[in-house]
Ligand binder design. Structure first.
Ligand SMILES: *[C@@H]1O[C@H](CO)[C@@H](O)[C@H](O)[C@H]1NC(C)=O
Ligand SMILES: *[C@@H]1O[C@H](CO)[C@@H](O)[C@H](O)[C@H]1NC(C)=O
Ligand SMILES: *[C@@H]1O[C@H](CO)[C@@H](O)[C@H](O)[C@H]1NC(C)=O
Ligand SMILES: *[C@@H]1O[C@H](CO)[C@@H](O)[C@H](O)[C@H]1NC(C)=O
Ligand SMILES: *[C@@H]1O[C@H](CO)[C@@H](O)[C@H](O)[C@H]1NC(C)=O
Length: 366
């Protein structure tokens, strides 16, 4: 049978090529410009110290069309701003360390190469997210970041922070999927979250020599922007390009909550003392209201009533639900309602624990 030659469907990208729709001005606004994720080795195994495309261009990319924003533009803008933090973190690692930095810790001599490869994947995410934002919306640029002062300058500090960042990425992606309007966006977000998981699994196996598994389901957290808020600690205040949209958008500006220094365990069943770490952004607890610690692990959500009545004279203690298995990620927030049914019921930033690898300070909290 002869194939029909009529083009019944012209894919949008092809159409853009056919009609010469490459926007004038900034070439990066054209998704066909530059190395393509999924095609170019740049996003896999480029081993240079210089920033790879598109991170060699850090300014916001202006819209090239007027009109209504795409249905998921705000979501992708948030994710692109988050990705600038994450990409820049790995780029900082690539620029700051070398193969010997990690070999001297007794780690495999491939460790630095993996960090370069993760950096490349994250550069690919930058390009993917830029291309997901429609031509009617601005694509946010990079800010300045303060990794040297926030995470410490030792290679082991960097590796611990890398695991924290991968785990946070997995968490906020499970939230963003829930707010995406387009099915294709949900698929893309899920696919990207798998890559963050692979990075985390590599670190658990090769860096920490740990069992990398997380139980039958990884943790779902519904309020992605609250997790994105955690990444703002790495942004130098006032350093973002003025054309960038706010990040995260919207932000509740919730008070951050950490675990008291010297905490020995965040394993299930452990009682830990909370520390509201930003003196300029402390919570307020109304004595007429109940407050809950709401914990997320896998698909499970467990709420525990908190005693906030003596705070701030006495610290608030919280017990990690003993029901949870000691695997993977636990996230918690303080809320005004059991189960945190609405965004507005959440009154602190989330805190995130990783239950493995045991031994690196139980795990970490961010
Ligand atoms: C960024 O990288 C791309 C692809 O490697 C290259 O074509 C472009 O000239 C670079 N731009 C700058 C400003 O270095
Ligand atoms: C790696 O970095 C260390 C510390 O900066 C430096 O002393 C060493 O020469 C570097 N090694 C290589 C192979 O570049
Ligand atoms: C890395 O280590 C392996 C053994 O663990 C060794 O065979 C290989 O030669 C080393 N490579 C380099 C570049 O040092
Ligand atoms: C609470 O956090 C603040 C700010 O990071 C820190 O200075 C203080 O030592 C912490 N307190 C405890 C008990 O961990
Ligand atoms: C709170 O937890 C800390 C650390 O586990 C413990 O030392 C302290 O006694 C606890 N306080 C209360 C009131 O339970």
């Amino acid at each position: 049978m002869l194939r029909k030659t009529t083009l019944c469907t012209i894919p949008a990208l092809l159409l853009a090529k056919l009609i010469g729709a490459a926007p004038s001005g900034n070439p990066l606004s054209n998704p066909n410009y530059g190395p393509k994720p999924g095609e170019s080795p740049l996003y896999n195994d480029y081993l240079g110290k210089a920033p790879p495309f598109p991170a060699n261009y850090t300014k916001p990319i202006a819209p090239t069309k007027s009109g209504a924003p795409g249905p998921d533009d705000v979501l992708w803008q948030n994710l692109l701003s988050a990705e600038w933090v994450i990409y820049s973190f790995y780029q900082y690692g690539v620029e700051t360390f070398n193969t010997s930095s990690f070999v001297e810790l007794g780690l495999p001599n491939t460790t630095y190469t993996r960090i370069q490869e993760i950096r490349d994947n994250e550069a690919g995410h930058l390009r993917i997210f830029q291309d997901q934002i429609s031509a009617t919306s601005i694509k946010p640029g990079a800010c300045q970041y303060n990794f040297d002062t926030t995470i410490g300058s030792k290679p082991e500090d960097f590796l611990g922070a890398a695991l924290a960042i991968e785990v946070s990425s997995m968490l906020f992606l499970t939230g963003l999927v829930q707010t995406a309007k387009l099915d294709a966006a949900k698929g893309a977000l899920t696919a990207v979250s798998q890559v963050e998981t692979r990075h985390g699994v590599w670190a658990l196996l090769d860096v920490y020599g740990a069992d990398p598994f997380s139980g039958p389901s990884d943790t779902v957290f519904p309020y992605a922007n609250e997790i994105l808020d955690l990444t703002t600690d790495f942004i130098v205040s006032g350093s973002c390009p003025s054309a960038n949209p706010p990040y995260p958008n919207p932000s509740q500006n919730l008070p951050p909550v950490g675990i008291a220094m010297g905490t020995k365990s965040v394993a299930p069943g452990a009682t830990v003392q909370l520390n509201f770490t930003n003196p300029a952004n402390q919570p307020t607890f109304d004595s007429k209201c109940d407050y809950y610690g709401v914990f997320y692990h896998g698909l499970d959500v467990i709420s525990t009533l908190l005693d906030t009545t003596k705070w701030p004279a006495q610290p608030i203690n919280i017990t990690i639900p003993a029901e949870f298995d000691a695997k993977g990620i636990v996230a918690f927030v303080i809320t005004t309602e059991e189960g945190a049914p609405t965004l507005d019921s959440v009154v602190t930033r989330p805190n995130v624990f990783l239950q493995q690898p045991a031994g690196i300070g139980a795990l970490f909290s961010i």
